[in-house]
Structures are given as C-alpha cells and as structure tokens.
Design a protein around this ligand. Sequence first.
Ligand SMILES: C[S@@+](CC[C@H](N)C(=O)[O-])C[C@H]1O[C@@H](n2cnc3c(N)ncnc32)[C@H](O)[C@@H]1O
Length: 354
Amino acid sequence: MILRCTTSRRRVHAWLLLWRPPWKRRHHTARKRCRPTKLPRALEPEAAGAPPAAQSSDSAAVWVSAEMHQCAREGCVPCRAKVLLAAGAKSVANGRPEECLRLRRDAPPPPPGVRAVGLYRPGQRILTVGDGDLTFSLALARAIGGKRLIASSYEQREALSRIYGTEIEEVISELQRLGARVGFGVDARDLARSLPAEWIPRGGFNCVVWNFPCAVDAEARSGADARSRNFDEVVQHRKLLSSFFRCAAALLATGDGEVHVTHKVGLQQWNIEEMGNSSSPYEAALHYMGSVLFDRSAYPLYRPRKALCKRSFPISDARTYVFSNSQQPGCSSLAHSKKESNGLICLEVASIHL
Ligand SMILES: C[S@@+](CC[C@H](N)C(=O)[O-])C[C@H]1O[C@@H](n2cnc3c(N)ncnc32)[C@H](O)[C@@H]1O
C-alpha cells in the first residue's frame, strides 16, 4: 500500500495506517515506560554556513519496512513512534528501542537458516565500513550468512580490544566462523587501498554500508558523534562522507550496486541526499533513491556506538539513505522490496518536509 499524503492530511493517513481495533492489539508492559518525544529540530544550514539543503523530489518520501509497520500496527510503542514522527506528528508516546515487541523475550525467534534482513538479502556481496564494535556486521552475518560479507572498522584490532574489551574478540571470532572477513584500519576515504586486494570481489560489491559516519580527528577524540553546530566540524564530516561516496562508488558491481548511509534526520545540514548524487559537485556517480526508516530491531545484536568508546546514542529518528549506481528505479533495493511479498516491503508513508 502506498500513501502519498499532503501536509494537512498526512497525520490522518498515518493514524489510519496504524489504527487497530483494541481487541486486536497486543498487550505489553513496555507501554509503562512511554515518554513523549518531539521530532529533533532541524539545524539551519545557513546558520552553520553550510550549503542549503537539497530539495530533491526523492527526498520527500520515506519508506518503512513491512516488519516495522506490522510491529507498529500491533501496538509497539517505539515502532509506532518512528512511523508517526516520520509522518509529521509533533509529539508521540515513545519507548526505548529494547521495548520493541520484536525484541521481547517471548517474541518468536527468527526462522532458522539464512533470510533477508532489513535491506539485505542472502547472496549479496556486502562491505560494512566504520562499523566500530562490529555488532551490525555480526547481526547481518547471522541473518544472511557471512561468506560474502566483509566487515570493517577504522580502528586497529588492539584499539578495539582496548575500547570494547573481550567482547570484541567474541564478535570477531563469530564473524569469522560465519565465513566473514574482518578488516581493521580500513579507511572510508581510501577503501581500495586499505582493503586487501583479494578481498575486493571481481564483480564488485552489491552494497557498501556505513552506519552513523562521523569524522574522528587525529587526536582520536573519544566519544565523538556527528552532532555539531560548529562549521569546521560539519565541513570535516562532509569531506569524509564525500570521499567515502566516491571510493565506495568505484567498488560497486556495475549497474547493481548501492551505497547505504544511515543517519539521524536531525543532521540535515549534512545534506546527505545531495552528496552522493552524480549531479552534485562531489560527483560520486550515484543516484539518490530514497530513505528508509532504520529498523534497529531487525538487527537485535546491534548497538550504535559513539566513535572510539562504548557509549551509545539514541537513533529513533535514523534513516538509511539509499544510493544506487543505476538510474533504473527497478534496480534499487527499494524496488526489489516492493516486489517481494515475504521479504522487505516498503511503504511510502509521507513527505518529511513540513
Ligand atoms: C558514530 S561512530 C559509529 C560506529 C558504528 N558505525 C555504529 O553504528 O555503531 C562513527 C564511526 O566512524 C568511524 N570512522 C571515522 N573516520 C573513519 C574513516 N576515515 N574511515 C572509516 N571509519 C571511520 C569511527 O571509527 C567510528 O567507529
């Protein structure tokens, strides 16, 4: 089902989309911990001296995975909040991510064997970049298998051990057991040189993924994240991302490759939608296809981390921005997902421009 809503009708549509009769709603205790939240205030690009935000028509749509949508319909507080906030609601009861119905102890376990997860399908050649404690990669490998996965972190192995202790060794061992290769000291600005040549598939990657990119300065400031109102820092983040787009694009499978960057929508001054576009001054030879609400519950093991430390941060407003090296709409994973009935089905909920 696809809804295209005007600003005034959007909230009504979103409520209709999620409304369930009370007798069909699942009872759960997580609601007790609800608290109201507001959409993060977009930072004014002009105020920070950054270029104005892109007004691409694609950026006016947001997609929701079928699983998150279903979960929201069943009364899951955090999933419901994500969808409604994306649809323009100003104040919605929210809950902690671990209160999601799909993460509860009594939730049915995922089906055995390999299966599609989020935007990813078994058989795809995937490279994860800047994956900090590597838990996103491990969650991915557990679902789709690790044989075609290259997981990487910017830090060297010793630095990761210092930061994350023995847990990181367990994560690395399991990744390797699942057949994944794990790279350390892999620089998003120079992927081709920092990855062993034999790890780069001859046909290219189907997907290069970076969740919550953030520049880390030479002094390796621990706890860095992407929030910044300081112009110089924003410039650093944007420079890093534009180099990443350029070299990730060069490693993609011809006509069947995507770059996924997950980020918080509050960081609009980064102007991510425009950065990967072939028409942008950054010339990454990619086409922006749309954004999908990030479904953290699809990756139960994953905990987003600030740079170089164990601390996490809230990501309820996060989206995955999808860029493709093909202009054919049918080639993007958003198009695939529309076709698949049991995999990921994305619903276009609303424009985010209010
Ligand atoms: C905010 S953290 C997010 C970590 C992880 N992706 C997650 O979702 O938990 C940003 C990450 O980007 C990494 N990073 C910074 N500069 C990088 C670069 N040039 N190449 C690759 N990764 C980089 C940092 O080491 C850090 O792990």
